[in-house]
Design a protein around this ligand. Structure first.
Ligand SMILES: Cc1cc2nc3c(=O)[nH]c(=O)nc-3n(C[C@H](O)[C@H](O)[C@H](O)COP(=O)(O)O)c2cc1C
Length: 171
């Protein structure tokens, strides 16, 4: 089997420093398209997105999110929201949204962009702060925030393959 030379699943790392250059709307749409291509239970697609470019909004978030210090250097961030109302497999919405976020991270890597998953759900204080800041209605759940930017840092791929975690046929 010939494996690809460049595999964005294996090279992706969290990038937390960005160059002072814009990410254009077409590129953001491409990232959203990748997110919406994710698998979801029964293909229920229980997600909504808020694209945030406003400087004051992005700069405000690290005042209460303890691990979001990179946001002031990001030209854009996407908030992924869960939208479980009325779907058949409502309890699976976090898994669906996680697949969506991961798809966007992998697409970013493929495009040469840097990105990092900033955890929001299930921490109530982070969800509440984003609700207040962005006017999010009760039925939606802020799930994860992902800043994107052209990377100002390079990281080596992390090979985390651990054969001791793999079990065959039964425990
Ligand atoms: C659910 C989740 C929440 C995370 N939250 C944060 C966060 O708030 N801030 C941050 O800088 N990184 C966050 N990360 C990124 C992890 O720190 C990172 O993926 C991990 O250290 C592995 O490094 P790598 O992404 O470079 O492979 C989060 C990742 C996940 C999956």
């Amino acid at each position: 089997m010939d494996y690809p030379d460049r595999d964005p699943v294996l090279t992706r790392r969290s990038i937390r420093a960005y160059r002072d250059e814009p990410v254009d709307d077409a590129t953001v749409e491409r990232l959203l398209r990748a997110g919406m291509a994710a698998p979801s239970a029964g293909n229920q697609q229980p997600w909504q997105f808020i694209v945030i470019r406003d400087r004051a909004t992005l700069d405000q978030i690290p005042t209460w999110h303890p691990y979001a210090k990179m946001l002031p250097s990001a030209p854009v961030a996407v908030l992924v929201l869960g939208d479980p109302a009325g779907v058949k497999w409502a309890g699976m919405w976090p898994q669906d949204c996680a697949a969506c976020v991961q798809n966007m991270l992998i697409e970013a890597e493929l495009l040469g962009l840097g990105a990092v998953w900033l955890g929001v759900h299930p921490l109530p204080e982070r969800e509440a702060a984003l609700r207040e800041l962005l006017g999010i209605p009760e039925e939606l759940v802020p799930f994860a925030l992902v800043p994107f930017g052209w990377p100002r840092q390079r990281k080596e791929p992390a090979d985390r393959y651990d054969p001791s975690r793999v079990h065959y046929e039964r425990w």
